[in-house]
Design a protein around this ligand. Structure first.
Ligand code: SF4
Ligand code: SF4
Length: 371
């Protein structure tokens, strides 16, 4: 396992983190908490959850595992991240108290201001006193580090990270869409803020369609999953790739991918860029050249979600990507589509020459049918 120091903090985190969003059978608590303990025994020391993941089961599962893990925490440290999207101090405090109780902890290591989806929303939370309350939590010893979790594009994340001395950021980032959020990771590195990446396997697209991602592989790689993880480990700006596990053998596979890591050949990232451009003709590569829409429609996010539909033909994958990767609800996505004035500025700027206006309409049509 590889470990790196998280920003300016004294935490040294494992390159693979345990993401608590994807327990397959969260009500089979025995199997789940034993898997958390297994990951810990294998060297994973970063555990990320949230109230509302798997109902409230995720924090409860981690709580059961932590009960055992706390007995040896002094010799074998581990770190816990959870979140709150409350927009006022009293809800924020209630959320924190509930998380502490569910997990049986005295404090949270990384407390994330959750799901920042726009600057006005961030400014509003700030005006409501959220950041002051988070500082108070720190003074009271209830949390150790104030961080953010965001689905904003890279330049939006940069703006938030430059606005306040957050100690780290959780963001979606992988070998397929890295261009979309690179500016955010650059800002974090410049400010010495820690970086944890969620969705390192493009929401399952990479393992489910290895033929499409063959170009990620280096001659010695056994699988595209290994290659996608190496891509993140190799980046000195990134501390942790968060993975959800459903079986102990998935933990073993992730750790094996760590163990096989060797520095990437020079020019690898450039070759990814050109492969994404050349081999993914009908796929949005997240380059964000189209981002300045006169109607403020987040086109790279909508086209990124459309990729899921394009590849899997399942509109639910597209809706889930909108919701969980980009923080855009079904209603908000439809509102965006309806606000398009078909000026086609985006299509003229698109490096992939995608039919963006038609795809927006398809998004609306497909997700309108879903709950
Ligand atoms: S066509 Fe629609 S999405 Fe594209 S730039 Fe114009 S308003 Fe924005
Ligand atoms: S310019 Fe085209 S490929 Fe690039 S993010 Fe926009 S839609 Fe995607």
């Amino acid at each position: 396992m590889i470990y790196t120091k998280y920003g300016k903090t004294d935490m040294t985190l494992s390159a693979i983190g345990f993401g608590g969003m994807r327990f397959l059978e969260p009500y089979d608590s025995d199997q789940c908490h034993e898997m958390v303990q297994y990951a810990y025994s294998q060297g994973i020391n970063y555990f990320d959850t949230a109230p509302g993941y798997c109902g409230d089961q995720s924090e409860i599962i981690f709580g059961r595992a932590f009960k055992e893990m706390l007995k040896i925490r002094d010799e074998k440290p581990f770190y816990v991240a959870t979140k709150s999207g409350a927009d006022n101090p009293s809800d924020l405090r209630r959320n924190l108290e509930n998380s502490l109780e569910r997990m049986g902890l005295d404090y949270i290591d990384v407390y994330q201001e959750w799901c920042i989806t726009s600057m006005p929303q961030y400014e509003q939370r700030k005006a409501n006193g959220i950041l002051k309350e988070l500082t108070k939590f720190k003074e009271e010893g209830l949390i150790k580090h104030v961080c953010i979790s965001s689905h904003l594009p890279g330049d939006g994340i940069r703006e938030v990270l430059n606005d306040y001395p957050f100690e780290g950021v959780l963001l979606g980032y992988c070998a397929m869409n890295f261009q979309y959020r690179d500016a955010g990771i650059d800002a974090a590195a410049k400010n010495q803020q820690g970086v944890v990446c969620m969705n390192p396997l493009a929401g399952g697209l990479i393992p489910e369609h290895p033929e499409l991602f063959e170009f990620l592989k280096k001659p010695t790689d056994k699988s595209v999953v290994e290659s996608a993880l190496h891509f993140l480990i190799d980046d000195p700006r990134i501390n942790v790739a968060l993975l959800g596990f459903s079986k102990n053998k998935h933990v073993d596979q992730a750790i094996a991918a760590m163990d096989s890591y060797k520095p990437l050949p020079s020019g690898y990232k450039d070759s990814l860029r050109s492969n994404l451009k050349e081999n993914f003709n009908s796929i949005c590569t997240g380059c964000a050249y189209c981002k300045d829409c006169p109607q403020d429609i987040p086109i790279p996010a909508l086209m990124g979600a459309y990729n899921q539909f394009h590849i899997t033909k399942d509109p639910m994958n597209m809706l889930n990507t909108l919701r969980y990767h980009y923080g855009i609800s079904k209603e908000k996505a439809i509102e965006f589509v309806d606000s398009c004035i078909a000026c086609k500025k985006c299509e003229k700027e698109c490096t992939q020459i995608l039919p963006i206006v038609n795809r927006l309409q398809e998004i609306k049509k497909e997700i309108s049918k879903l709950d």
